[in-house]
Write a protein of this length. Sequence first.
Length: 190
Amino acid sequence: MQPNGLNNRVLKTLSQSAPKAAVDLLGMRISTSINDKFVEIMITETEAYGRKSTDKMALLNTYKNVPTSITLGPPHVAVLKSYGSNRGLFLLCGKKGSAEAVLIRSSLILLGKKHIEKRRKAKMKFDKLNGPGNITKSLGIDQKLDGENILSGIINLSPRIHPLDKAVAKQRKNAKKNDKHLWRYSLILK
């Protein structure tokens, strides 16, 4: 597939190192259309995972049986166990084989709230999704989509439609002792 202008912007974002991509992904939109149920969210929190040699929490350091999907590089995704039994959506970034990735941690619902409520089997008071498991469940993403190409598959990533306001950096959830990386980024909304 030959990338068009929007896909070039997406590829450029994902071709950066994980920390840079994690910041640039804030405000971007992820959508899926599964069984004619269209859902679109805006990314409001991300978590970066770097290379094995520079990041103690890198995916290659975390998973004993390394899934092939994490070495594909951009524009692919990895759907991996994140916390407990939940699956997280990791957007692969950096160079092919580096296994750098960005975990989508929270978002705002833009379209398809009724489909999200059905998938989560819960009525929602707010348009906010918190936690990697809620993101994947809301988008209808499961293990079968591990390794999916976001330029030509069911999962779509679109550039942001407004300028980035403010972002805050802090330590990742469950950071290891002596991990000084501030690789968890949150979009501050007005």
